[in-house]
Ligand binder design. Structure first.
Ligand code: ZN
Length: 150
C-alpha cells in the first residue's frame, strides 16, 4: 500500500530516498533502528520479544497481565506517533527528526503528567501499579518523588 494514494506527498522517503510505502515508514526505514532497539530493550524487561507483528497488531489484553499489556500497547502507540510526527517534521524541514528521542520525550511527558495528577489526588499507589511496573519506565521514591528510568 502506498502513502501517495492517501496524501499528496513525495514518492520517496524523506530520510533515505527509497520508494516509500507504509511498511517502509513504520517498519523498514533504517532511521527506525534506534527506536526499535529501545523498544526491544523495554519489552525484554516486560518478558516480551519485540517483533514487527507485535508492533503493528499490539498485545491482546489478558487478565493476569492486564496492567503490563495496557502499558506496552500505550508505548507502542506512542512509538508509532513518534514515527509519524518526526516524519511530518522532516517534511516540514524541522531540525529534530529523531524518532527515538521523540518517543522517549513523549513517554516522559506522559509519565510526569500522570504522576502530578496522582500526587495531587493522593493516588500514587494506582500510579505505581500502572506506570512503575518493575521499574522499567519509572519508580516512586520512598519520599514520594518521581524517578524516570527510561
Ligand atoms: Zn527511509
Amino acid at each position: 500500500m502506498f502513502l501517495t494514494r492517501f496524501t499528496p506527498i513525495p514518492d520517496t522517503c524523506p530520510f533515505c530516498n527509497v520508494w516509500e510505502t507504509l511498511a517502509h515508514v513504520y517498519l523498514e526505514c533504517a532511521r527506525l533502528q534506534p527506536l526499535f532497539q529501545l523498544l526491544t530493550n523495554i519489552l525484554l524487561r516486560f518478558w516480551l520479544h519485540f517483533s514487527p507483528h507485535l508492533f503493528i497488531y499490539t498485545l491482546p489484553i489478558r487478565v493476569p497481565t492486564k496492567s503490563r499489556d495496557l502499558l506496552v500497547n500505550l508505548l507502542l502507540a506512542l512509538a508509532k506517533t513518534a514515527i509519524y510526527k518526526t516524519r511530518e517534521g522532516r517534511l516540514g524541514h524541522e531540525a529534530s527528526c529523531d524518532c527515538g528521542a521523540s518517543f522517549r520525550s513523549s513517554v516522559h511527558s506522559r509519565i510526569r503528567a500522570e504522576f502530578l495528577l496522582a500526587a495531587s489526588t493522593d493516588s500514587l499507589d494506582a500510579f505505581e501499579e500502572r506506570w512503575a511496573l518493575s521499574g522499567v519506565l519509572c519508580s516512586v521514591t520512598p519520599s514520594g518523588s518521581l524517578r524516570l528510568t527510561l
